[in-house]
Design a protein around this ligand. Sequence first.
Ligand SMILES: [Zn+2]
Length: 192
Amino acid sequence: MNRNQVLPQVQLSAEAIALKKVDFCALQTYRGAGFLAITDMPRLSLEVASINPGDGFAWQMETHFEDSPGSEPLQILNLALHGRLHLVCQRCLQDCAIDLDEKRRFILVASEPEADNYPLDDEEQEPLVASQHFNLLETIEDEVLLSLPLIPKHPEGFCEPYATVFGIEDDDEVLDERENPFNILKNMKKNS
Ligand SMILES: [Zn+2]
């Protein structure tokens, strides 16, 4: 028997507020999609350089049960995120757009210890602790934060280093052209 065919399927509301309380303990499957503004995610709001029109994340989710030999069927959550935000480019220090396109697969486990014991090397899926008031909005925000580049930058060749704009690099060149004091010393010794 395929459990998914007999369980009721619930359509999640696209509202951000509805994502804060999802009952993952109920015997039902979910499907949903929507769009989250940057301002729907308070921790992410602190990271961004600016909020431009169109910034935010389209999300898509579904849950289903998979048979597992010797245990209860496993509840799987698939999550897809697609969107854009603006961070500070570490080369030119101007805003730069970062596009994210992420797909994640999670397994919903019953308890915190079960999640802690879950094999770390499972690259296919990560554990989440199921609850009756599961905050899916927080999970989406976590995934966006985890997907951000450590050193955000415009594409290569797209911008100039911040230092050049203020002529610091030019000053270095001028310095190189000047007579190096050690060379002067060497020449003095040679000539004497
Ligand atoms: Zn840049």
